[in-house]
Structures are given as C-alpha cells and as structure tokens.
Design a protein around this ligand. Structure first.
Ligand SMILES: C[S@@+](CC[C@H](N)C(=O)[O-])C[C@H]1O[C@@H](n2cnc3c(N)ncnc32)[C@H](O)[C@@H]1O
Length: 210
C-alpha cells in the first residue's frame, strides 16, 4: 500500500502543518504512553530510531531525557517540520515498504514506531528489521490499532488510505518468531477525528530484543 496519508499534495502539506494540533485535539496521548512504558529501560545518551517519525511528536520526550534521536519517514513535509524542531541527530526520507532499512546491524539501543503500523497489513518484515537494527537487550516499542479477530481492514475516506487493525495473536506470533519478549502491553483510546464522535482503540507494546 502507499505510505502517503493522502494523494492530494496540498492536503498532505496541510496535514503535516496541522499534525501536532490534530493529535492534541483528538486527545492522542500515544507519545506519552510509549515514553512512559519504555522509560524504565532507557538511558540518556542512548540511541533510538523512530520509524515513521513524522513531526517528531513521539521522539520529543526521548530527546528531552538526553537520548540521540534518529528517524525516517516517507513524507518530506512531516520531516521538514521535524527538522525545524532540532531534536534529531539524523533524519532520512525513506519508505518503510523498502528493505532493508538504511541502518547497520545492531546500530540502535532502542526503536519506536508510534501511529504507523496501522497503515500496513503485514508487519512481519518490520519485526525482522527491528530485530536486526536493535542491539540485544534493547527495546522495540510501537502502537497498533486493536483488532479482536485477525487483521481488520477499513478504508479511510477522508485521507483515502487503508487502515488495518492487528490482534494479539498475530503480534504474539511475530514476537516469538523474531525472538523478542513482551515486556508491556496496554490498550488506550483516541478520538477518530476532531468531531470527537467516535473513538479508536489502540494498543501499545514494549518488547525487549533477546
Ligand atoms: C500518524 S503519523 C505518526 C507520526 C509520529 N510517529 C508520531 O508519533 O506522531 C504516521 C507517520 O507515518 C508515516 N508513514 C506512513 N507510511 C509510511 C511509509 N510507507 N514509510 C515511511 N513513513 C510512513 C507518515 O508519513 C506519518 O509521518
């Protein structure tokens, strides 16, 4: 699937400009949730790769405790906003659909991916790449949209994009396949849009690489 959030260039730029406000208006606390769950496993001056870093909303908290932030995203508009925040040591324009990721084996102490995996049906290769680039003993923290039965699929009309949910069994199979261990898992709700009529159930995971 396309990683673009919309095929309309102007709308994409608007989305990037408004992204941080939208996160606030939809009461998205995924950044704080991932940071809070991972906090006990991180140290200042360690490195973290943010997969689909966007505007850097989720990395910002890791930056504030003195970590070195690396990130990639396939949206130049999102990356530009992130760059202007001056919180990263390295940013790359890169599409997650491509492999391998442009990083060395065991390059990072930790990796995070917040609000990204629900744009993809198959997460297998992301787990494989996370395993490769994270040092043994490092953590891999991410969010998914919850599906209670297999992999759910919905087409988001507003952004013209596929949205997938993943159930616990699917994720547990990947955790086992790639020799991660589940440290923490928690469900939380985010409003679907600023109208706040409907909530989406997300799940945050923190894994450790054996
Ligand atoms: C909902 S935003 C989350 C941004 C950030 N992780 C955060 O926590 O605020 C999803 C991000 O995933 C990026 N993305 C979507 N598909 C992608 C792909 N195929 N390759 C790289 N980035 C992608 C989007 O450009 C966007 O910045």
């Amino acid at each position: 699937m396309s990683g673009k959030l919309t095929s309309n260039k102007h709308k994409e730029i608007d989305y990037a400009d408004e992204y941080d406000d939208l996160a606030s208006q939809t009461e998205s606390h995924s950044a704080e949730i991932i940071f809070g769950l991972a906090y006990e496993y991180i140290q200042p001056e360690q490195t973290v790769l943010d997969i689909g870093i966007g505007t850097g909303l989720s990395s910002n908290l890791f930056y504030q405790v003195g970590m070195d932030i690396y990130g990639f995203d396939n949206s130049p508009e999102m990356l530009n906003i992130c760059k202007n925040k001056d919180i990263t040591v390295d940013l790359k324009l890169f599409d997650l659909n491509q492999e391998p990721l442009p990083y060395a084996n065991e390059q990072f102490d930790h990796a995070i991916s917040v609000g990204v995996f629900h744009f993809f049906q198959d997460l297998d290769s992301f787990f494989g790449e996370a395993k490769r680039i994270i040092k043994p003993g490092g953590t891999f923290s991410f969010t998914v949209i919850v599906s209670d039965d297999g992999i759910s699929h919905e087409f988001n009309e507003e952004y013209q994009i596929n949205v997938y949910g993943h159930n616990q069994e699917y994720l547990e199979d990947l955790i086992t396949k790639y020799n991660f261990k589940l440290l923490k898992r928690i469900r939380f709700l985010i409003f679907k849009d600023v109208a706040k009529t409907e909530r989406i159930c997300f799940e945050a995971y923190v894994l450790i690489s054996d």
